[in-house]
Design a protein around this ligand. Structure first.
Ligand SMILES: Nc1ncnc2c1ncn2[C@@H]1O[C@H](COP(=O)(O)OP(=O)(O)OP(=O)(O)O)[C@@H](O)[C@H]1O
Ligand SMILES: [Mg+2]
Length: 151
């Protein structure tokens, strides 16, 4: 699935629709350059999980937990994490939390820890805004994407 958004609000609204569909143990990886809209999308996802508070890039904190009314969401940002340092973070704890979904910005460094079945989103700058390419890597993520596309 490929979507182009013209404004941050459109990216958030797409995230909100995705966030409403997520369940515990779902993993969403957000790839893309600086400023491509990963945190903007994550804000929407948190809103869709029923979280009313502020969502910021956890670049300096590494991970944040949003306790949404509907679902808890772990928000990770591995921008500052080197490929060899992931063992220290306990990424597994965030990913294997049955009560929470997990959304990860700059997911490259943690690749070894993610479940096979996950949703990948690649965000990029285009002249009209941002392009978001969604890819499902398993049965559950295909179901998710199918439901998102149907909306
Ligand atoms: N269509 C769009 N979707 C999302 N953001 C957009 C769009 N058009 C413009 N923007 C702007 O692009 C910026 C995206 O910032 P955001 O923090 O979401 O990016 P990021 O991918 O998380 O960056 P970083 O790698 O630094 O964490 C914001 O300033 C936002 O206002
Ligand atoms: Mg960000």
């Amino acid at each position: 699935m490929m979507v182009t958004t013209r404004t941050p609000e459109q990216t958030q609204s797409l995230g909100r629709r995705l966030g409403r569909l997520l369940k515990g143990l779902d993993v969403v990886c957000l790839f893309g350059n600086l400023g491509s809209g990963k945190t903007t999308l994550a804000k929407g996802i948190a809103a869709g999980a029923g979280f009313k508070g502020r969502v910021m890039s956890p670049t300096f904190g590494l991970a944040r937990l949003y306790r949404g009314r509907r679902l808890a969401l772990n928000h990770l940002d591995l921008y500052r994490v080197g490929a060899g340092e992931t063992g220290d973070i306990g990424i597994e704890d965030f990913i294997h939390d049955p009560k929470a979904a997990c959304v990860i910005e700059w997911p490259e460094a943690g690749a070894a820890y993610y479940p096979k079945d996950r949703l990948e989103v690649r965000l990029s700058h285009v002249s009209s805004g941002r392009r978001l390419a969604f890819k499902a890597l398993g049965r559950r993520s295909r179901e998710l994407l199918g439901r998102l596309e149907a909306k």
